[in-house]
Ligand binder design. Sequence first.
Ligand code: ZN
Length: 307
Amino acid sequence: MPINSNQSQWLRGWIRAALISAAAWLPLSAQALNIFACEPEYAALAKALAPNAEVFSATSAMQDPHHVQARPSLIAKLRNADLAICAGAELEVGWLPMLQMKANNPQVRDGKPGMLYAADYVEAIGKLDQIDRTMGDVHASGNPHFHFSPTRIAQIAAAISDRLILLDGANADHYRQQQQQFRDRWQAAQQRWQQQAAPLAGIKVIAYHSNFAYLFDWLGIEQIGDLEPKPGLPPTTSHLSQLLALSKQQTVTAVIYNGYQDPRGVDWLSQRTGIPAVRLPYGPGVDGIDDLAALYDRVIADLLALL
Ligand SMILES: [Zn+2]
């Protein structure tokens, strides 16, 4: 049956409408990026900056990011990733190179736009000029546990956003919008945290490893002792005795550790000194904490509760 002019006009209009609506959603859904984050803090940032992406975190906040098994599921995730986001500064040196090799994904090799190390965009604290074997498992390139530094998080977020635009230019405007929203929310929150946390300045704590060093640095908290006798080593009896002596000489507000650290040394010290042991949430995805802002809220509240 021949198509009359009314029908063909209707058909052309329909096709045009269909094309326009397809164009509106295609760039986002057809090119949804696969993002592989080494730690949950970078997964949370990726979700905020690229809400349409498929985001996967290799570790949870209850897992030690220094030591991770290169499991087949992780290899498969990295193989399909368009972008990998990791702390860098040797935090993942024990497992990521192996994962990159086995995943065999040229996109996420070091130096490629698909591989982003946060450490390349921030100044690390605690860099060491000289190291030797006697020092333990030190972070020679500086402390890679950046995610409790609000200024560094803002810098890392900007770097991630730039990278998203580079990898997925069709959605550049969308990423710019997300980055601006994140930046505005983060700036406002930072002022709130600064005010709330003011009473914490000057308190002394004993903590486990350098996981919270950026938090302490930011809020003016002094870590006078470390549960680890040397970085990466568990507390020994003699080291704990030294900490016990130290905590009798000074006013220590808390012994702080995180969800993946062994509480035995912490409890031992806490029981003998009466200093409260405080397990702080270490990343988004635990204790009902969805994102980095909620993590900061909770950690500051937990510390204020000690005063
Ligand atoms: Zn570390």
